[in-house]
Write a new protein. Structure first.
Length: 420
């Protein structure tokens, strides 16, 4: 598992699924504040608060390198847990505990949020049928990463790269985060009105009749005509099926990508069973970095498997803010081994492996227990990937007819000049 359990993406989700301590020092623990008289709720809150820190002890990835005092952090807000807090106020307190940690390495879900998301996280769901990311800058919007085939969204004319600015007349707000997805979801047969902006800036109102669907994105692409360059976009939320789907697609394109191959990873969120080693073996060979935890290092080493020339074909990977999980490790490994040129935007570094713990009040916490270190010794979980060639345009600024990232990739393959 390389991403948070049961949540295939952290900043993005399937639109209708509502789609994821003490330090190592040996000194005595600091005395905890004397508690106030407790109520049943306060007692539960304190047990939850203490369990949060106890779970981190000894197994949190960055406990010895983060540069702050775990004992001090634990004690400074403990008295607040004894106050007469509502469940919402306590959830806010618990959420604040994650603020000092390296980005995304410790997260918290209240009991109410966990139940809501777990009920929604099913293979069958009701809605319009699109994978999305919720972005706050430069303006709040829902970006469609992909649209499910034969879905209500497709029937209404929505497509990948479209951005939703308002839902039923109410604008998307930055403060909503992923909760805005709930406004797009709804019972099959109901209608939702969306204010949509295309990548060229043209706005339109789209009414979509929601349906009941099954989630599935697809591997897309093929040979780019007489250029002898192949192009494949890896699907959102792919899992183990990619281990057979990608080689099959490459076999079907045999002899048609001798000049180069573009793999588009810009929306390639990965499921827990994304076949990392099998994917690396298609294009690379030998050491590919390591997974690093608090107590063990797991080297990633592959034996190359040539499928229709994959071991030697010039390779360009398109990456961006939605390249997350095992697909991000895949890109980082091939970049560090100088097997591929990366083009696009910087990736977010969401490559950590997480442990999940249910707390006494039914809430949950996730904390990093390992990250990916590339062959150059860089912790991708903390830095993300810097592409070899930066192209600023994001997913909702390109389309199938105008895509500066692909255009720059084609120039790279056609040129003998080094990247930069």
């Amino acid at each position: 598992m390389l991403t948070k359990p049961s949540r295939r993406s952290r900043s993005a989700g399937l639109l209708l699924l509502a789609v994821l301590l003490a330090a190592c020092s040996q000194r005595p623990a600091a005395a905890l504040p004397t508690p106030y008289p407790t109520t049943a709720a306060a007692d539960r809150h304190v047990k939850t608060y203490d369990a949060f820190w106890e779970n981190l002890q000894g197994s949190y990835l960055y406990q010895s390198s983060a540069g702050f005092d775990f004992e001090k952090l634990r004690s400074e807000k403990r008295l607040a847990a004894y106050a007469d807090l509502s469940e919402a106020e306590f959830a806010s307190l618990m959420q604040s505990l994650t603020d000092p940690f390296p980005s995304n390495s410790v997260t918290y879900r209240s009991r109410a949020k966990r139940i809501e998301e777990d009920l929604a996280n099913t293979i069958s769901y009701e809605g319009i049928g699109a994978y999305v990311s919720v972005l706050k800058e430069p303006e709040p919007r829902i970006v469609l990463l992909a649209v499910v085939e034969k879905s209500p969204a497709q029937a209404a004319g929505l497509g990948a790269h479209d951005a939703i600015l308002s839902v039923d007349g109410q604008p998307v707000l930055a403060a909503e985060g992923l909760d805005v997805i709930q406004r797009v979801r709804g019972p099959a047969g109901s209608v939702v009105s969306l204010d949509v902006r295309a990548p060229d800036g043209v706005r339109r109102t789209v009414e979509v009749t929601r349906g009941r669907l099954a989630a599935a994105d697809q591997l897309r692409g093929g040979s780019l005509g007489a250029s002898q360059i192949g192009f494949l976009r890896l699907p959102v939320g792919a899992g183990s099926e990619l281990a057979t789907a990608l080689p099959a697609a490459l076999q079907s394109m045999a002899g048609k990508y001798s000049n180069g191959l573009l793999l588009d990873l810009r929306v390639a969120h990965s499921a827990d069973d994304w076949p990392l080693l099998e994917m690396l073996a298609l294009f690379g060979n030998g050491p590919m970095g390591k997974l690093s935890g608090t107590s063990e290092q797991t080297p990633l080493t592959v034996t190359g498997q040539d499928v229709g020339g994959t071991q030697n074909v010039p390779l360009v990977l398109l990456v961006g803010a939605e390249t997350q999980g095992a697909s991000e490790i895949f890109a980082a490994a091939l970049q560090a081994s100088q097997r591929a040129v990366l083009i696009g935007q910087r990736t977010p570094g969401k490559v950590m492996r997480f442990s999940t713990r249910t707390l006494p009040d039914g809430s949950q916490m996730y904390y990093a227990i390992s990250s990916y270190i590339n062959a150059n010794g860089v912790d991708i979980g903390r830095s993300g990937i810097k592409p070899d060639i930066a192209v600023a345009e994001g997913w909702d600024q390109v389309n199938d007819k105008y895509d500066p990232v692909i255009m720059r990739a084609l120039q790279q393959i056609s040129s003998s000049a080094p990247p930069g």
